[in-house]
Design a protein around this ligand. Sequence first.
Ligand code: ADP
Ligand code: MG
Length: 723
Amino acid sequence: MKKTKPMIASERSYIIEKEKFVPVSEYYGEDTFSNKIMKEKLPKDTYKKLMDSINEDKALDIETANIIAHAMKEWAIEKGATHFAHWFQPMTGITAEKHDAFAEPSGIGEVVEKFSGKQLVQGEPDASSFPSGGIRATFEARGYTAWDMSSPAFIKRNGISTTLCIPTAFISYTGEALDKKTPLLRSNRAVSKSAVNMLKLLGGKNIKKVNATLGPEQEYFLIDMDYFFKRPDLVLGGRAVVGAPPAKGQELEDQYFGSIKERISSYMHDMEEELFKLGVPAKTRHNEVAPSQFELAPMFEEANLAVDHNQLVMDTMKSVAKKHNLACLLHEKPFAKINGSGKHVNWSLSDNHGNNLLNPGNTPQDNIQFLVFLIATVRAVYKHADILRASVASYGNDHRLGANEAPPAIISVFLGEQLTQILTNIEKGTVTKATNAEIIDLGISSLPAVSKDNTDRNRTSPFAFTGNKFEFRAVGSSQSISFPAAVLNTIVAESLDYLAEKIKASTVKNINQAVLEVLKKEIKEIKPILFNGDNYTKEWELEAQKRKLPNDKTTPVALKALITDKALNLFEKYEVLSKVELKSRYVIYLEKYIKDLEIEVKCLKNICMSQVIPAAVTYQKKLAEAIIGTKEVLGNAAVVSSQAEILKRVLDAVNNIYSVNKEILAKVEAAAAIHDEAKKADLLCSKVKTKMDELREYVDTLECLVDDEIWPLPKFWEMLFIS
Ligand code: ADP
Ligand code: MG
């Protein structure tokens, strides 16, 4: 493509800005109605009532809500807010908000700013335009949003517009969850209950609540905005549907953790400043493996907050990028044959005293507890690998999972050598009395040393234990982490209950010994899920098959795990999702898959017909004229065979592009006639997707033949290497 336009650096001058340098600690969380602010602004008894409601998970009376709403409004107006909005997470996977002005008419030509407890606690957005998977027919489109007191309200600034955002759950009038927050909150409750019971059984005292903790590492790409707008595929679908890989990719390994370019550093600085103001603990930033790929890892937080914050991270990444004339790409695989983006979701459980339950302790007793939670998690993954896989299934993630750089579609657990050895020791049954000495003999005393520095990091594992937490690496970079987290919480709750029942049923008096005997049996059963080797190899795929581990490579297949009796009963039993709710999710995810694929088909068609083929024809004409012209001047003896060969190759590519495109369109049309969404998705996946890949090869061949000056699309090397 013609490169005439110089890169526009950031519109803002950081050097000047930084003259009024303010330490982060002075503005961290300033745009949130934080605990500190609430303590300051609310009457003592109101503050206490609110905290009790949050901690004990109970509703707030309307008088208290009125007082809080008033304080919140005053605070927001001081921050410049003119509007308030219930901020929620519909099944689109992104966030939604409807703004209402604080100003209300108070007389003729007069207004007064108002915000009541009722408006704080409940909202009524029109639910008909959000996906519900058939839960709610459009004629009964009413839904409501309910304040989630556990996530602080915040100020959202967009240009000069300033809005008070109140995190809410989104529910139908008949009580079904229409969003991603509700099941997460319910799953937190479920895992807390099961974990508290287990801790009590193991002799724990004063344990009231257990929280799931999440630390989502967010990967992303940045490209120049000017290039972005010249790629309809990136604008509309987030992924380059055509484009040849650059001559240099990531093979030199010079990008990962490399020094960050100035333009990018400035962007990161700006983006993190926004996040800090919102109380998002943006901790670590670095270059990722692919050129122009980066990562932001926040400090972990309580799950619900971490999910909300990850949504804010994704929003902020995109909006700040615009100010730097950059486009932030969150797609799982924006550039074929280049490293894709995921979201490593670090997960653990923590009791109300802040003790991490997956942290090996210093005493044998602590370590028994650690082993119980560790094995409960491994068992959960073993029993429900299919559901976990389904929780990360999407059209975008299909391009990444199993692509030899991301974890495979086979879910397995990495524990590292040392821990695996300990489990083997337990399984072999060296325990008879479970005395401290015996426990030490098992190798358990060395558990504290199983710190993350010692677990050899296995980057290929989809679910790895990394010292004091599990890291679920199959999550897609653009997806909400809410459902994967809700699934983890739910399946672990079930396994904790299962183990608790076994322990209680044991006739062995000594609790430690009873536990070890139960674990011994369990380890034997769940062993097939453990794998410390290289997950990318063909051998593992075959081995996994022998072990009967699911290997669902595509979304339409993977999603079916959500509607098995096993899944439906599990989610219902733990009151996370009713059968109707879970089935509706299956439908929504399936529809999303179909829509994403169809959008790409249209993009591909338009690019081929209105950009690629015309460029090829222009070049074709140029070559043909050159051949004729050369012969005219030099006579028929002139050797023009190379030009003729290029011409032929261009022509072949154009013909192939045209005919494969036609085939694709015919198949899409055939799919459109199918009413069963599952069948339709299967057909699109097996027949259309494969053809799209074939079509792309022809286009990419052409890209390398046609005159660069007339190629209509920015190329990968331009987008990825120019900053
Ligand atoms: P890595 O080497 O993978 O970068 P880090 O220790 O830096 O490992 O942690 C990566 C992520 O894991 C961070 O986002 C961090 O907050 C998160 N994390 C650490 N401890 C926990 C925990 N107990 N629960 C959930 N996430 C955690
Ligand atoms: Mg990590």
